[in-house]
Design a protein around this ligand. Structure first.
Ligand code: ZN
Length: 187
């Protein structure tokens, strides 16, 4: 049973935008800002005052322009997903880290040396490797990157960290095609 299934929100153009909590989705519908496209059969959302079918997919009534800046933003959640939850220096997965170790964001060119927060300058590093690298460039301390950082496709990121229901996946396929959907599923 999926207890934490979220609702897929589509732009008015049917472009998948994001997953939102069911309560938020219903709020958008009640406020007239979105319409329900699909409901989860047999699943209900219950609050004190109402019981309604749980929306699985909603669509915004008015087209929302999503600024490119927002799409490009690096967050650790997306960064770790891009790098498959693996330290790009020692190669260990987050599940293989020891107690007190964690995944961190490493700036290849350190911020203190003019590095930026762009996708091509950040990589996933375990805290131990990050500490070891310190304020140096990878080449200066003999550390080698397993993969060159690149800017991932926004859509890949958005779904990489979450699981979609088959019903929701249908809308990704509709908008982006099978190729994108299988790339996402492989992550
Ligand atoms: Zn490491």
């Amino acid at each position: 049973m999926r207890l934490h299934t979220r609702c897929l929100a589509l732009n008015a153009s049917f472009e998948p935008l994001t997953l939102v909590p069911v309560r938020r989705a219903l709020r958008l519908v009640i406020d007239g800002k979105a319409e329900i496209v699909e409901v989860e059969r047999g699943r209900y959302f219950r609050s004190e005052r109402l019981t309604v079918p749980r929306p699985a997919v909603i669509r915004l009534v008015q087209f929302v322009h999503v600024p490119r800046k927002f799409r490009r933003q690096v967050t650790n959640t997306f960064l770790f997903a891009r790098d498959h939850y693996r330290c790009q220096f020692c190669g260990r997965l987050s599940a293989e880290l020891r107690h007190r170790e964690c995944l961190t964001r490493d700036h290849l060119v350190p911020l203190s040396r003019g590095g930026t927060n762009e996708w091509t300058n950040v990589t996933t590093s375990c805290s131990t490797c990050n500490t070891r690298k310190g304020n140096r460039l990878p080449g200066e301390c003999g550390m080698k990157l397993r993969t060159l950082p690149r800017e991932p496709h926004f859509v890949h990121l958005a779904w990489a960290v979450r699981r979609l229901t088959p019903l929701q996946a249908k809308y990704i396929r509709m908008f982006y095609g099978d190729q994108t959907l299988s790339e996402i599923s492989a992550l």
